[in-house]
Design a protein around this ligand. Sequence first.
Ligand code: ZN
Length: 319
Amino acid sequence: MDHLQRSRLNLLTSHMLDRGALLRLDPAVIAERAADERARFIGIHHLRIAVDETDLQCPAWLTPGEAKDRFGRCEPCVYLGEEDNTPYFALLLDHELAKTAEGFSGLRALAREVNDAQATLLSYAQAMAAWHHRYRFCGRCGSATIMDQGGHVRVCGETQCGETHYPRTDPAIIVLVERDERALFGRKPEWPSHRYSTIAGFVEPGESAEQAVVREVAEETGIDVTAVRYHSSQPWPFPGSLMLGYHAEAGSDHISLNDRELDDALWLDREEIVTRIDQGLFVPPPSISISFRLIEDWFDREAPFTLRQLCQNNGVAEF
Ligand SMILES: [Zn+2]
């Protein structure tokens, strides 16, 4: 399987949206699309998505008229692109509603209720809204910034400065490390009980993604990585990461929690995972995450049943 095919199997990566990068340069075209009754608005409020008022499990795909009725306006909005003659917009609602406003739900919950293409669109909308919220002021001179190009840039309002700010994506690595028949898992103290996942961390300036894999694994677990293979990637809009997934091999197996970011790390083979899931002592990461995919691709290689079957049969929560 090539990297493009494998990446498409990750949730939040599957839409066929035409992002219309050239259209964004013409404000009149964007305004026309935003007024089109075929347009759909995704309301975003502090990393939560507006849901249907009669079905809280369903995101609200609002027409311009519905957006005005519910929120009093259709802007500021970000042009996300077009699919099947439907223009999609993210409607930014952070400023005037109370943080606890009702009628919104988290992407993690909604992603399980909608198809992959819709989950991807919601993820894109959320990532753009989060960026706008964090870049209201110029990082160079501190003046207020102004949205432009259909919401895909923010320009400093101070003419002496005029800095252009582009949407940020922060690369992070995530890696399943294996040695012989075992894989390396870690858990953070703030996670739910018995949740274990693969090792992850942000790529630092001046560092390649592969170097970040080696460094993060050594910092968090003391394990020496000897080989790194790219797997696939996944946007992770909490608030703006791009997860670069890897499989890696370890040259050592003595664990040392060097930077104390994890409160536990351990090696498990497939049989131990089966036993622990059965006993409720191992909860894998949510199935929407690339970490689950990394574990699954390793586990399924040599198990008599798949990790998904194992989780379903044991009623693993949040699977
Ligand atoms: Zn500025």
